[in-house]
Design a binder for this molecule. Structure first.
Ligand SMILES: *[C@@H]1O[C@H](CO)[C@@H](O)[C@H](O)[C@H]1NC(C)=O
Ligand SMILES: *[C@@H]1O[C@H](CO)[C@@H](O)[C@H](O)[C@H]1NC(C)=O
Ligand SMILES: *[C@@H]1O[C@H](CO)[C@@H](O)[C@H](O)[C@H]1NC(C)=O
Ligand SMILES: *[C@@H]1O[C@H](CO)[C@@H](O)[C@H](O)[C@H]1NC(C)=O
Length: 342
């Protein structure tokens, strides 16, 4: 077992920020492996990498880029729908690069709300990149921000039997820690000038292949889904409280649970055949990533999941369409950007 086999990434955490500045739309994407486009390639010690085949097999050129799927991420597809290029990884830009003003992707596989979540992967940078002062440029000046985090805090932290948090805290304590930390992060973003922020709730993590294999007959783990629902409901309460207490704050919650649940439970309605196991047959291996020696399914468009954690390109298209209609309820990118679901 190589070090990279220990890596896990994430499921549904995406973060798309659309900022309308005049006629052009600039997107800033925060998140974890669901939206990462190659930041971790620049982190020498990180184990959360996907820069090897068969990742990217359906991406342009058929090459691995650091995206944790066979093709495009949800962020790529949303950018396509906006008619703009998918923003480059933050770590590929130099600090005085003007490109940073045209949209940046900060997503990093393995990142979470808690600092010690990233520790599992040795180095994933903090979602809000507080340790990279340069990131702050993107969140000052009343810009809209989208936040999507928390999956890794469960899948790669609390639910990992060998990590401390699952042993140290009851679920009530753990959720309290997540919510208070998230509250501090959102307050900090507000202090930096962010006013409009959208938090995408977690999907049914108990139904991703890496969790299903822990059950007797491959069912969803009910306890995990119950925790996710509790987390989502606590986040909504937190956002309400912050909206009351922070001047000018417009924080919104976007529900992704039901969209993902529906895709997993009615795959044929979306043109899929299989949603309870991954195309790259890696559900039971410790890592769950699609390594070069893995066996691929015959038809990658029939599977909702690419590896044990991440949706396939085809599933990302379905999810991106759903999230897009939440982010942009109007026919097409309007200006100024309308606020989703407040
Ligand atoms: C998490 O990391 C950030 C950046 O290094 C630091 O400012 C913060 O205090 C840390 N939080 C905790 C709870 O350790
Ligand atoms: C997935 O579901 C199908 C049909 O219900 C079943 O035959 C198969 O055993 C399941 N696979 C796994 C890995 O649970
Ligand atoms: C930012 O928002 C505050 C209130 O939320 C407002 O007073 C201020 O004028 C805004 N600044 C810009 C540059 O829009
Ligand atoms: C793959 O599956 C899709 C959806 O079921 C189907 O439309 C397509 O024809 C299949 N492709 C191949 C090469 O079998």
């Amino acid at each position: 077992m190589t070090a990279s086999q220990q890596v896990i990434a994430i499921f549904l955490v995406t973060y798309v920020v659309a900022v309308s500045s005049g006629p052009s739309i600039v997107t800033y994407i925060f998140g974890d492996s669901l939206t990462e486009v190659g930041n971790n390639n620049y982190l020498q010690l990180s184990l959360a990498k996907s820069n090897f085949p068969y990742y990217g097999i359906d991406y342009k050129g058929g090459m691995a880029t650091g995206r944790f799927t066979n093709g495009r991420t949800i962020g790529d597809i949303i950018s396509e729908k906006l008619g703009i290029p998918s923003p480059p990884p933050f770590l590929s830009l130099s600090l005085n690069d003007d490109a940073i003003l045209k949209g940046v992707n900060y997503a990093s596989g393995g990142a979470g709300i808690l600092n010690d979540t990233g520790i599992y992967f040795i180095s994933s940078f903090n979602l809000l990149c507080f340790s990279y002062s340069y990131c702050l440029i993107t969140v000052t000046g009343n810009k809209s921000c989208g936040l999507f985090s928390g999956s890794n805090d469960y899948v790669n932290n609390y639910l990992q039997p060998f990590l401390a948090d699952g042993q140290q805290y009851t679920h009530d304590e753990f959720i309290g820690l997540l919510i208070s930390t998230l509250g501090e992060q959102l307050t900090r973003l507000h202090q930096l000038g962010a006013r409009k922020m959208v938090f995408h709730g977690l999907g049914p993590l108990g139904c991703i292949p890496s969790q299903r294999v822990k059950s007797k007959r491959g069912q969803c783990l009910k306890q995990v889904n119950e925790w996710v629902i509790q987390f989502n409901s606590r986040v909504q309460k937190l956002l309400d409280a912050l909206n009351r207490n922070l001047y000018g704050a417009k924080l919104a919650f976007a529900d992704t649970y039901s969209a993902v649940w529906d895709l997993i439970h009615n795959p044929t309605a979306y043109g899929f055949k299989i949603s309870n196991t991954s195309c790259c047959n890696v559900d039971t291996s410790v890592g769950g990533l699609c390594l070069p020696n893995s066996k691929l399914c015959k038809n990658r468009t029939e599977y909702v999941f690419w590896d044990a954690f991440h949706p396939s390109d085809a599933a990302n298209v379905v999810l991106a369409n759903k999230f897009f209609s939440i982010l942009f309820p109007e026919p097409h990118p309007p200006s100024p950007t309308p606020l989703p679901h407040y």
